[in-house]
Design a protein around this ligand. Sequence first.
Ligand SMILES: [Zn+2]
Length: 353
Amino acid sequence: MANNNSNFNSSLSVGGTNTAAATSNNRAADANANMATAASMSMNSTGNSKKVLLAGEGGEDELEDYETYVIVDIGANLTNKKFSRDLDSVVSRAQDAGVSKIMVSGTNIHSSKEALRLTRLYPGVLYSTAGVHPHEAKSWEDDTMEELRSLLQNQEVVAVGECGLDFNRNFSPQDVQVQAFEKQVELACSLKKPLVIHERDAHTEVMAVLEKYAGRLPATVIHCFTGDTATAKAYLSVGCYIGITGYVWKDKSSDGVRQILERGVLPLDRLLVETDAPFMYPNTRASKLPQHVKQALTERSLAFLQRYCTFQRNEPCSLPVTIEMIAAYMNKKPEQVALQTTFNAFKVFGLSS
Ligand SMILES: [Zn+2]
């Protein structure tokens, strides 16, 4: 297991470039070992030895083609009742598509327990998070902290989350959300487990909490990012990783996820990918999706999307399509995006191979 105990580099200086990973050599070494495994998994699938060079490690980005990607879905809501009848098929399709590991999101105590239960059914494939989503903050009780702490003792439970602030829908009062969020940040700091943060219309408030815990924070992921350039830059400046979903097809704003990818705001070594299944179906047929992005989608990836995923139920097997869309916007090879994001996921969450 890679460790998860790297802190952000000292204070939250704007424009700082040190990442959580850069502050710990051991951690980087573990991650490199894991990445070698991920790469060899990929090689095994093609039977060829291929050269892998990753961004952020010096030198030119160079990568040969692989038949199948090796991808980690860092957020899928597999405890959702939409998956209760055929989870076996969902997981095996994901693996066929190259999604070798999936993190099942916890959103309250009940679903966090359920997510842990699922990891036991698919050891080495499913991992989980334990947390109280901002929507559920009002359900926080006296024993919630202890419940989370005990869930997080399990090595399959690789992060605290989803936690955070959602001032868009306000399903829980804002002050209650802030309290629940801070408690979970505190917990992540003390357990040295990574944080998966959900944020909507609450960037300033989330930053304030991160600032408060500066120097103690574990690796932190802003999941399902849908903000603008300034927001992305602010999170990156404090060492956060950014999770991108199939939402990228939908963004048509003049300063949103697309532009962030196109303008190179988000470096590959801070990018993670996730489906947020059953939500965030990537609609590759959308008329507003640029032609060059549509053309970048492979038949193989589209086959998984079109055969198994719908607006009503997205699945982890759609992740290759999202990787290809992201790669097209970033003007990178999809294989490179797949390998680098897998590397990042292994490093951040200490996934074992
Ligand atoms: Zn979320």
